[in-house]
Design a protein. Structure first.
Lengths: 173, 276
């Protein structure tokens, strides 16, 4: 239990600093930029109380906002994403929640499960983030392109991190 | 009463979600509306010191390039000396010792945080109200346009980059002083967009666009970009064009904040005119 709290706290700090010091400066072709910090929300244990999930999402978003001069923008998107997390988990899992394991992972849940899980939540986050930032529909398709490319970029980084930091044989399901 | 309590208890997740979401959105819209919100200044100094620490380290890797840019800037600045001065032609009518009076002063600053990948980009610089930086002041890089200060804390300032949807710069053609306006359409940080080009003006790729000096933000003649491609608009009154920015927004180092010493006077005069 304490171990989980410590590991998640370190992950929180690491992802915030990684995001604001490095990833915020990455920009492919003017369109795609990764928002890996949402990985923190994806990896929270299954047993995280729902209120804590929302509060952590808010804290995470605000921490990013402080560094990017966009108060509320990342917070709004991250809280929205966290809100949907329990519903997404319930929708794509065949087992009851108690049998899912400690935390979501590529290795533990298999490729298909983890892909749908991360893709839908990252998609929600990026949609909210980019459209809220623009807040007008005149650049609708250009923004959509940014959402898609950035989501792919973020997902690629998430899968890479899964393979790097949680190596081992993938479970077949 | 008890039922109400049970109702909230049962659906607390949704209510907590709505609460946090509304708080975030209030922050977001409030700040978008009042760019100078005083409540936000504290974060500017907290995140400022962390950003500054990181950039101080990163600075060492760019020393050689910085030197090069500095010497280049020196040359440009020296060439600009007469232009930083305001001609007082009172000399024609009266005896006066001063032919020239300083109109612009420049505060040099170091960029400690900068993005180019968002739709709305900001920079943070390491000079603030202590050094005399105020909101509305222009920021330039060498003789090239960067943006406009929107909020200041004691030691740091946030600058609204040219790469922002609210940036609309009053500009002109260097060759014939025709007024146009420049915006950034998003996407590539090297490409801008020129609006309101009068139809009768012959525009060629390679024409230089500079600031007009009509706003109280930038002096006359700060370089913005070079025309890329002209787009004829048959059913409208004005043509548009794309331009390539001369500023490399992705590699800003030392910048200068433009202090217009006559700003108050200009604003007052404009204001008095509008009241008529």
């Amino acid at each position: 239990m304490t171990n989980l709290v410590v590991r998640n706290s370190i992950r929180f700090l690491f992802l915030v600093f990684f995001q604001v010091l490095i990833l915020n400066h990455i920009n492919l072709g003017g369109y795609a930029n990764p928002y890996l910090y949402v990985y923190f929300i994806l990896l929270l244990p299954f047993a995280t109380p729902r209120w804590l999930l929302l509060v952590l999402a808010f804290a995470l978003g605000i921490s990013i906002d402080v560094f990017t001069n966009t108060p509320g923008l990342n917070a709004a998107a991250t809280v929205l994403m966290a809100f949907f997390r329990p519903y997404v988990i319930r929708a794509i899992s065949r087992e009851p929640e108690e049998e899912l394991g400690i935390q979501p992972s590529l290795k533990g849940r298999g490729f298909e499960w983890f892909f749908f899980y991360s893709a839908s939540l990252v998609g929600i986050h990026h949609l909210a983030l980019f459209y809220l930032e623009i807040f007008r529909f005149t650049e609708f398709f250009q923004t959509l392109l940014r959402v898609v490319l950035s989501s792919l970029f973020t997902l690629a980084m998430i899968f890479l991190s899964e393979l790097l930091f949680y190596p081992g044989r993938m479970q077949r399901r | 009463m008890r039922n109400l309590y049970l109702f909230f208890r049962k659906h607390y997740y949704i209510f907590l979600f709505l609460l946090l979401e509304v708080v975030s959105l209030i922050f977001f819209f409030h700040y978008n509306q009042f760019q100078n919100a005083a409540m936000y200044n504290w974060t500017s100094s907290v995140s400022g010191s962390i950003n500054a620490m990181f950039y101080e380290i990163a600075e060492y890797f760019a020393l050689q390039r910085t030197n090069f840019i500095l010497s280049q800037e020196n040359a440009i600045l020296r060439g600009r000396m007469p232009e930083a001065l305001y001609m007082t032609d009172t000399a024609i009518y009266t005896r006066s010792d001063s032919l020239l009076q300083t109109e612009y002063r420049f505060i040099n600053a170091w960029v400690i945080s900068n993005t180019t990948n968002r739709r709305n980009n900001y920079l943070m610089i390491n000079k603030g109200s202590l050094q005399g930086v105020e909101p509305h002041m222009g920021v330039i890089f060498g003789n090239k346009l960067v943006g406009q200060v929107v909020s200041v804390s004691r030691h740091f300032s946030w600058v609204l980059s040219m790469l922002h949807k609210e940036s609309k710069i009053s500009a002109k053609f260097l060759k014939n002083n025709q007024l146009v306006s420049v915006e950034w359409p998003g996407g590539d940080y090297r490409k801008g967009f020129v609006r309101e080009i009068p139809k009768h003006i012959r525009v060629l790729p390679g024409d230089t666009i500079v600031t007009s000096g009509n706003s109280e933000v930038f002096p006359n003649g700060i370089l913005i970009g070079v025309i890329d491609q002209v787009r004829e608009q048959p059913d409208e009154n004005f043509n548009t064009a794309t331009l390539t920015f001369l500023t490399d927004f992705n590699s800003l180092g030392y910048v200068e904040v433009v202090v217009d010493l006559f700003r108050e006077e200009k604003v007052q005069l404009k204001g008095s005119f509008q009241e008529l």
